[in-house]
Unconditional design. Sequence first.
Length: 617
Amino acid sequence: MRSKRLPSLVAGLLVASGLLLGTPSAHAAGPTVNIWLTTTSDSGGRTVTQGLQQQTPITFSSGTGSSAATVDVDENTRYQQFTGAGASFTDTAAWLMNSSGALSTATRDAVMTNLFDPVNGIGLDFLRNPMGASDLARYNYTYDDMPSGQTDPTLANFSIAHDLADVLPLTKQAEQLNPDLKVMATPWTAPPWMKDSGAYSQGWLQSQYYAAYAQYFVKYIQAYQAQGVHVDYVSPQNEPTCCSGYPSMQWNASGLDYFTGTDLLPAFHAAGLSTKVLALDWNWDDYDSYAAQTVNDAAVRNDPLFGGIAWHGYSGDPTEQTTVHNQYPNVDAFDTEHSGGTWIANQQQEDMENIVDYTRNWGKSVVKWSLAVDQNMGPHNGGCGTCTGLITVHNGDARSGQVDYNIEYYDLGQLTKFVKPGAYRIDSTASTAVPNVAWLNPDGSKAVVAYNATGGSEPFTVNWGGQHFTYTLPAQTSATFTWSGSAPAAPTGQITGYGGKCVDIAGANSANGTAVQLYDCNGTSAQQWTVAADGSLQALGKCMDVTSGGTANGTQIQLYDCNGSGSQQWQPQANGSLLNPQSGRCLDATGPSSANGTRLQIWDCTGAANQQWTLPS
């Protein structure tokens, strides 16, 4: 693999002569679109030929457009808010960057700027640091190690001295460079004396030490606070039960639920902490085995310090995040680990499709594994000897003291440099040719992150607010398109129908599954419907939905979270009907009746009066 070194991100963001690979559409008097591209030139998606290089801006043209990949962006349809993206200061990464002797102080500071500074770097804004040793460490350790045969149930021996050397100084520097930084902490193992194995690898936490282990978390958070670093999130365990050969610990679902609800959350409340606890911290297909019992536990789920679910992307399907979200809409999803590695067929494609898939399935974060490894993908402490980092720090070889900025750095930068904490994911058309995700930043600017997943150049069209642009993306190219300005307001008002009544949300209740009915027009918010650009009808922050995606006559209409599915699409017809294209049936007042409370349904399109609707304009 040949890596491209980044002497300065500022230089990397300049338009390089001869590297303008995209073909813009004709210019018109619309908002300016800024474009940044990252391109690789090898089949493994690792050799960077241009990294986060800004291209010549283009402008929106009036009207809608189309191309091989056409994406409609609707900023009025909003989903989850972005928390941040980043990686981990493993012991390996922090030592290599800070005290290994490989980097001069000036080089280290330049690297930190490139990693965390939102203006002069890519602005990483999420760290997930191991609590103790992991597989990417120089040796085994916890914060309360005792000689064999001795225990410390009062935690008198607790100390974060290990982290004071490298992990904490760099975490503090990262927070100074980016005040929006969020910090998560996760243990790979409890101190061996708490476990039935007495070892760092595997073994079960003994129940008599559950309370002490909860205090172990409290002491860690308080020690970090004393050093000026706030820990925003923790999980009880990295990858429960996985894996032998490096620091790890076995759990089952009932143990994790009991520890979280009976020990960890109460300990945080008693200590006055605001740190939130995330369940699972493992793969999509491990949810039922290790997290479902915790999330199903109403006492845990409704605790104000329960923060949601941490997901890893190594096995299973990211749609599991949406499945759980649909069951528990108020439980947040965080994607907290996926490593780069030599086993990955195409690193750029995997990274970019993960960014899209995670966040399209309600993920609020995108977190890679180690920030740095050396040229031998170490030091490592068992476990992964083929994991790559965002950067490679050369230590003890012919290039010692130099830093390679790997494709993972640029891939994350396509997100973190342009999508800020608090941004809303907004609706955009899914595309297999150009996977994409769209965001509305707190300052009102928009960002579309996309990747050309085809083998050749691909025209990419974005429709927004009655305007469009088309840009041809080269093969193996990541792109971020940004612009400012407001789209024309979507039509909002009453939908009138049979008997002069209005389409109404029963009881003005915004809960999923609330009936959509006919009712006397009264001008309340339960009758204020927005005709969204994606074809949905929205009120009270949710969408008019065909229950369970049904297609049969008589399937009832409800209110539900907007998800872009065919059950939420409504196409006005020339005869005044509203067609649901997924079912091929029309919105219909049951009966037909115009009585208050008449439930709406889908039915064969007849053009009858009970299928005639007037939309706001």
